[in-house]
Design a binder for this molecule. Structure first.
Ligand code: AR6
Length: 179
């Protein structure tokens, strides 16, 4: 465990790892494309691990808008559900910070509405969509903190960072947020 804090009744963890290997988490979040198709990065990995049934189910919810979240089955992933969000393309979908915050807030609310207890996120928009990781980390953590007091069912939130550098950026942002 890299870093773990209590935030308004929710346990928040930062770890380095792979979003497709989050055993014990009810939900994993997909950094999707608007068409909810298998792509590169997180979306490619999630669809590969889940199997073709995931793309089939996704067809009925596409297209989605930046900031929006939709929920599907998880198929061969070790989780109950997948929540797909469309992050903003940095500098193109504006205001990027609000749209990125909406991804986290809407995913958390959707998980809560479905009575799910734990959710793991990748660093949405920080790959193909070009969001600088330091900035994205601050937006993500502020959004989680803002929604945490309203959550009834969600008790555990994990951010899964792919590289040690991304993990460090999130650890710095979390220390800054906590003061
Ligand atoms: N587990 C955790 N994090 C990962 C993994 C993984 N298996 N693979 C990559 N990352 P991205 P976006 C990190 O590009 O920026 C896709 O092609 C990665 O290092 O997956 O929201 C979709 O189809 C980066 O820090 O998502 C869309 O078109 C972060 O996850 C588009 O890319 C997000 O990278 C979405 O772009």
């Amino acid at each position: 465990m890299a870093m773990e804090v209590q935030l308004d009744g929710v346990t928040l963890e930062l770890v380095q790892g792979d979003i497709t290997q989050q055993e014990g988490f009810d939900v994993v979040v997909n950094a999707a494309n608007a068409q909810l198709r298998p792509g590169g990065g997180v979306a490619g990995a999630i669809h590969r691990a889940a199997g073709p049934e995931l793309a089939e189910e996704c067809k009925r919810y596409a297209p989605i808008e930046p900031g929006q979240a939709v929920i599907t089955g998880a198929y061969r992933l070790p989780n109950k559900r997948v929540i797909h969000v469309l992050g903003p393309r940095y500098g193109l979908d504006e205001p990027s910070d609000e749209l990125l915050a909406d991804c986290y807030k809407n995913a958390l609310k959707l998980a809560d509405e479905h009575g799910l207890a734990s959710i793991a996120f990748p660093a949405i928009s920080t790959g193909a969509f070009g969001y600088p990781v330091e900035e994205a980390a601050r937006v993500a953590l502020r959004a989680i903190k803002a929604v945490a007091p309203t959550l009834k069912s969600v008790k555990r939130v994990r951010l899964v960072l792919y590289s040690p550098k991304d993990l460090e950026a999130h650890e710095r942002a979390l220390r800054e947020l906590l003061g």
